[in-house]
Design a protein around this ligand. Structure first.
Ligand SMILES: NC(=O)C1=CN([C@@H]2O[C@H](COP(=O)(O)OP(=O)(O)OC[C@H]3O[C@@H](n4cnc5c(N)ncnc54)[C@H](O)[C@@H]3O)[C@@H](O)[C@H]2O)[C@@H](O)CC1
Ligand SMILES: Nc1ncnc2c1ncn2[C@@H]1O[C@H](COP(=O)(O)OP(=O)(O)OP(=O)(O)O)[C@@H](O)[C@H]1O
Ligand SMILES: [Mg+2]
Length: 329
């Protein structure tokens, strides 16, 4: 065959693929906009009739000798999104460090005590949601305590976001959250592979992210899973959503912690809003889409100002303006 027809065929093929890709992108953006409209419904109005705590009391379980930034980022993000109180349950050594970052956080140095489970359990009736894992580390004693905290939280039907080393624990013991419909897992690329291999016992099919996330969620008994990445893929084992909100190319540490803290608040709001506000959609999927969009918008705005020197602290400073742009205009 002459070169001409080959090039023409290749060109036509490229145009078909480009059109299919832009149609797919247009669908994604439309789905995202429909979902974000419902996210706006679940945001509690700010009124003069409320008391402190009503818009969210969030607990973060994490913070050890090595990692104090991660629980701080998660806890401060929860407050900046709109929670009223943010508690951190961490080890004795980490507590003064985390307190010194911010007077706004309530810090409990209990996680490495033999009485850790009962110490946290005492607070559970006063909390709306838990975020388990940012900066937790992998010390066996701490992980054993966190197992007890997870069991106690499930017994109270508490919404639980599991991230970072909390996902490490779940990969060792998937039964801990199997079938618990108020859990949301937020794995990054590596955490997702580790979890999938532990739960599904086969390597991840990297060619179809949507199906890989749906399968993991389904195998865990429809626990909601957010796979973070170039696009965030979210599934409850039935539906699959993608968040393609523009973010930035900056990949500094701590952005996932921002997501887990923000998600803790949105999960509480979504479950509290009731079905008339969520219009039949899964509250946890709405919360997930809201939190993912918010973090990416923060990243985009911070990057516009700071470029390569952008860090998670710069992104946290954008939570207020980003929230207004996405949900209040
Ligand atoms: N300032 C802090 O205190 C921070 C503490 N962190 C904590 O650090 C602990 C370990 O978290 P890690 O996320 O490092 O988990 P892991 O210890 O499982 O390490 C994951 C590794 O995978 C790499 N990775 C991430 N995304 C990747 C991708 N898409 N492709 C290939 N490699 C990729 C990372 O660079 C990292 O080295 C957790 O407790 C976490 O919360 C992090 O949250 C970052 C900030
Ligand atoms: N390639 C990418 N392009 C755009 N955004 C991304 C990309 N990868 C991750 N993100 C976004 O960055 C945020 C954090 O995801 P990431 O995978 O860095 O989490 P993480 O590794 O758990 O972070 P952390 O350092 O806090 O532990 C998410 O909101 C995600 O949407
Ligand atoms: Mg992380």
């Amino acid at each position: 065959m002459a070169a001409g027809p080959v090039w023409a065929a290749a060109g036509a093929c490229r145009r078909v693929l480009q059109r299919a890709f832009s149609l797919h992108k247009a669908h994604l953006i439309k789905d995202m906009e429909t979902t974000l409209q419902l996210v706006r419904n679940i945001i509690p109005p700010l009124t003069s009739k409320k008391h402190k705590g009503q818009d969210g009391r969030i607990g973060i379980v994490g913070g050890c000798q090595e990692y104090t930034g991660a629980p701080y980022f998660a806890a401060i993000s929860a407050l900046k999104v709109g929670a009223d109180l943010s508690h951190v349950f961490c080890t004795r050594e980490a507590a003064p460090v985390i307190k010194s970052y911010s007077p706004e956080l309530i810090v409990h140095p209990v996680l490495d005590r033999p009485s850790a489970v009962s110490n946290v359990e005492e607070w559970l009736p006063r909390l709306h949601a838990l975020v388990v894992g940012p900066g937790l580390g992998r010390d066996d004693t701490l992980l054993e305590n966190v197992k007890g905290i997870l069991e106690a939280s499930k017994a109270r039907d508490m919404p639980i976001v599991i991230d970072a080393d909390g996902l490490w624990l779940v990969a060792q013991h998937p039964a801990l959250i199997q079938g618990y419909r108020k859990a949301v897992l937020t794995p990054n690329h590596v955490e997702f592979s580790r979890l999938s291999e532990a739960v599904l016992r086969d390597p991840v099919d990297g060619s179809d992210h949507r199906e890989a996330v749906r399968r993991l969620s389904q195998a865990l008994g429809n626990v909601t899973v957010i796979q973070k990445g170039e696009r965030d893929v979210i599934s409850d084992g039935e539906q699959v959503l993608e968040c393609a909100q523009e973010g930035s190319s900056r990949r500094c540490g701590g952005q996932g912690d921002l997501l887990s803290g923000a998600l803790g608040v949105l999960v509480h709001w979504a479950l509290h809003a009731g079905p008339e506000k969520t219009n039949g959609s899964s509250p946890l999927l709405l919360a997930a889409m809201g939190a993912c969009s918010l973090v990416r918008q923060c990243s985009r705005q911070a990057f516009q100002k700071h470029g390569r020197s952008t860090t998670t602290t710069d992104m946290i400073a954008e939570v207020g303006p980003a929230f207004r742009i996405l949900f209040e205009t």
